[in-house]
Design a protein around this ligand. Sequence first.
Ligand code: SER
Length: 391
Amino acid sequence: MDTDQTLRTFTDFFRERGHETVTGTSLLPPPQDPVLFTTSGMHPLTPYLQGRPHPQGRRLLNVQRCLRTTDLDEVGDATHLTVFEMLGSWSLGDYGHPQSLRWGYELLRDGFGIPAERLYATVFGGDDQVGPDDESLRTWQELGVPVELTGEDNWWSNGPVGICGPDSEIFVWTGDGPPRRTPTTDPRWVEIWNHVHLRYHRHEDGRLEPLRRPGVDTGMGLERLLTVLQGRRDVYEIDLFEPWMRTVPSLWDLDERSTRLVCDHLRSSIVVTADGVRPSNTGRGYVLRRLIRRLLTSLYRDDSSRGLAELPRELIEHTLDHFRQTERADLVREVLLDEERRFGQLLERGRRVLSRTEFRARPLDEEDYAYLHDTYGLPRELVAGISAGCR
Ligand code: SER
C-alpha cells in the first residue's frame, strides 16, 4: 500500500464513522503556546481535550506534521526522523475507549490488511494511584488479540501536569517467521498505534482529578506504518523517500548514515521553511539553522565543493506537495542557499582563526570555546567540527 492509499484508507475509515478532518496542520503552534513546534497530533487539540467545545464537533481526525529534535543524534539510523506525520483520531467526550480500540483493530486488519495473528496489544496494568485498565483488557480479549499488561509504559501524559490517562498500544510483528514472545520482550514487535484514554488531569502536587468529560486520543506515525505495510526495516526504503534515495546518493557520494541524515535534515528544513520560519540565532529559527548546518557539515566532511546549489527543485516540490504546503519552491531554495552562504562565511572565519598558532598547538578547552564564541561568533559545534578536521 503506497502513501496516498494509506492516507486515504485512514481518513475514509474515520470519515465514514462520523469524524471531521481538523484543518490547519502547520508545524507552528498558536502564539500563546509555550512549545516551539508541534510534536504530536493531539498537541493543537489540547484545549478541546480539556473540555472546550470544538467548532467541528466531537469526533475528529487529522494528519498532522510534527517536528521532534530531542533525538537529533539518533537521526541517521534506520528509524528516526525529525519531521514526520501523525495520523490521529479523537473522541471529545463522545464514544469511549473500547470503541476506539475496536475501530483500531478493524482498520489495521481489514483496511490495511495486517493479519490478525501479527497483532499484539499492551494495556495499563495499574499503579498505586490508578487501577488496571480492565475495560481495555476485556475489549482485546473479546477481539481475540493477545495482551500484555505493563506499568508506566502504558500511561500517557503531556507533561508533569495536565491531561493524562492509561493508554493501549498496538504492536505489529515484523520478524521473519511466526510471532514470538511479547512486545516488551522482543523488539521485532513494533508499536504502531497508541490509543489514550484521557481520563484525568494531573495537578502540581501529583493528585489526579477525573475529567468531567473523558476523551480518546489516538496517534499513529505515518512513516512507521508505511515501513510495516511495505515490508521494510528501514524507513528510508518506503515509497515516500524514493525520490530522495534515488537522487541524493547520485548527487553526493556519502556513507549510509550521512545519506540518511542529509535526506532527513533537508526534508525537515524544507518543511520548516515552508511553514514560515527563517534561520536565526533564537527559537524556531535556531532549530532551522541547526538542521541546515548539521546537514552541510555532513555534506562538506570529505568534499567542501559540495553544495545545495546542486539540489534539484523536484525534491523541494515533492516535499511541499506531500506536506500540502503552498510556499513556492524557489523561495525555499533561496532561504537554504542564503543560509549556506552565511555558513560558508562563518566557516571561513573559523578556519582563519583556528589556524593561528595559539589554537593549533594544543587541544581546545572550555575557555577557548567561550572566547571563540563571544569574540568571533563561532558556535561550539562548528569549532569542534573544524578542529576535528572538517573543512
Ligand atoms: N498522544 C498520544 C501520542 O502522542 C496519542 O496521540 O502517542
